[in-house]
Design a protein around this ligand. Structure first.
Ligand code: ADP
Length: 397
């Protein structure tokens, strides 16, 4: 095995990884990808090779925590690629704040800056940084690169970024940032090949996974998005509410006497699809349920998405294309159909057979606005940035 790079996407209950073989200048070769999910409950290690052939599928000890997950991944890499060198490790880091507008090589100063952003992304940032710490501990000489979900949205005009609170409060970085940028950057990078007629036009990309947002793009650049200062804004998500009247938060504190940690847990872990349904945060479970709570959760998810598509269409002055991606966007024909039907007024005419076949083009040929399903690949974007930044790849690939 040639030397390789590792891409890590560490979350609260999962550690996703991709292994890329040493590039031949023009690009990385995917060797393997996998994850340890169910950390803290019923952890499982799965991996497959670049062609999708299963390499591992094992239940792990229930006591395996984040550190245990890293130890297991390190052991698996040693057993499989022993003798080869780790060239670099690229990480998904959710929040880059105002300072990090592009991917960056991790130094002690960078790490310190990123730790300051933990309160802005408590569900993600601590785990992203723990992954960097774990690599530092095991492989202190291997260069690490942090790639941010916020970077793709930087450079928007003040009117998009402003948070309309008193100026003196907003000096310290209280502004709208936007997230899921690595996913949107990947989609923008493949649009010229996958959907050439809209690649340089006005497009809304719907990243619908356990986290969900929309990005308004013009000519492949982010113009606005539905997530803001934190990853709580905008669309209804698996366990996060999306936009709500801030007066409700005040009521939780003042009316119900809840503490800040309790409110944080409610907003990040107990709301959204899970909160409305009282059943699950998993869209598959909700779509398969006839419980009124599950139906309302799905109805609200679709309603909110359609409403925000209308808002971003106004920002763009009309749209030419709508792209669905991520777990729900790539796999649920029903959700796509319902969102497209609710957005028919924009000129989207769904091709139901193409939609059932998961695309890529899911609108009829005469549709004024075209609709698409394009699978995202955040890991590849991280691998590219890591390779370019460290001089392992030529730019622009
Ligand atoms: P993340 O990477 O943030 O964990 P994903 O992009 O993997 O999220 O999306 C997870 C979501 O996708 C879950 O709500 C899951 O139910 C949903 N999902 C996956 N497959 C399907 C499907 N076939 N139909 C409906 N929802 C699906």
């Amino acid at each position: 095995m040639a030397d390789f790079a590792v891409v890590l996407n560490a979350g609260s209950s999962s550690l996703k990884f991709s292994i890329y073989g040493e590039p031949e200048r023009s690009g990385w070769r995917l060797e393997a990808r996998g994850q340890i999910d169910g950390i803290g409950s019923s952890p499982r290690f799965t991996a497959s090779d670049g062609a999708g052939v299963r390499l591992a599928d094992e239940r792990m000890d229930a006591g395996v925590d984040g550190r245990g997950a890293f130890a297991a991944l390190a052991a698996w890499l040693r057993s499989r690629y022993g003798g080869a060198r780790v060239l670099a490790v690229g990480h998904r880091v959710v929040h880059g704040g105002a300072r990090y507008a592009r991917p960056t090589i991790v130094t002690p100063t960078v790490l310190e800056d990123l730790r300051e952003l933990v309160p802005l992304a408590p569900l993600h940032q601590p785990y992203n940084l723990a992954a960097i710490d774990a690599v530092l501990e095991r492989l202190p000489d291997v260069p690490q690169v942090a790639c941010f979900d916020t970077s793709f949205h930087r450079g928007q005009p003040a009117v998009v970024e402003v948070v309309p609170l008193p100026r003196e409060l907003c000096g310290g970085g209280v502004q709208r940032y936007g997230f899921h940028g690595l996913s949107y950057e990947y989609i923008a990078s493949v649009l010229p090949a996958a959907a050439p007629e809209i690649a340089h036009r006005r497009v809304i990309v719907a990243h619908l996974g356990s986290g969900a947002s929309l990005c308004a793009m013009n000519d492949g650049k982010s113009v606005d998005s539905t997530l803001g200062f934190t990853a709580l804004d905008g669309l209804c998500m698996g366990t996060r509410p999306g936009s709500i009247d801030p007066g409700v938060i005040l009521y939780l504190f003042q009316g119900l006497g809840l503490s800040a940690p309790e409110v944080e847990t409610i907003l990040y872990k107990k709301s959204g699809l899970l909160g409305i349904s009282g059943i699950s945060n998993d869209m598959r479970v909700l779509l398969g349920s006839s419980e009124p709570g599950a139906r309302l959760a799905v109805d609200y998810f679709v309603y909110r998405a359609a409403k925000e598509i209308g808002a971003l269409a106004a920002v763009l002055g009309g749209i030419d294309g709508l792209v669905f991606t991520a777990g729900i966007g790539e796999n649920s024909a029903e959700i796509r159909q319902r969102i497209c039907e609710a957005s028919a007024w924009l000129g989207i005419e769904l091709d139901e057979a193409a939609n059932d076949a998961q695309g890529p083009r899911i609108s009829r040929s005469g549709s004024r606005v075209s609709a698409w399903v394009i699978p995202t690949n955040e890991e590849l974007i991280i691998a590219r940035h890591t390779g370019v930044l460290l001089g392992l790849l030529q730019t622009g690939v």
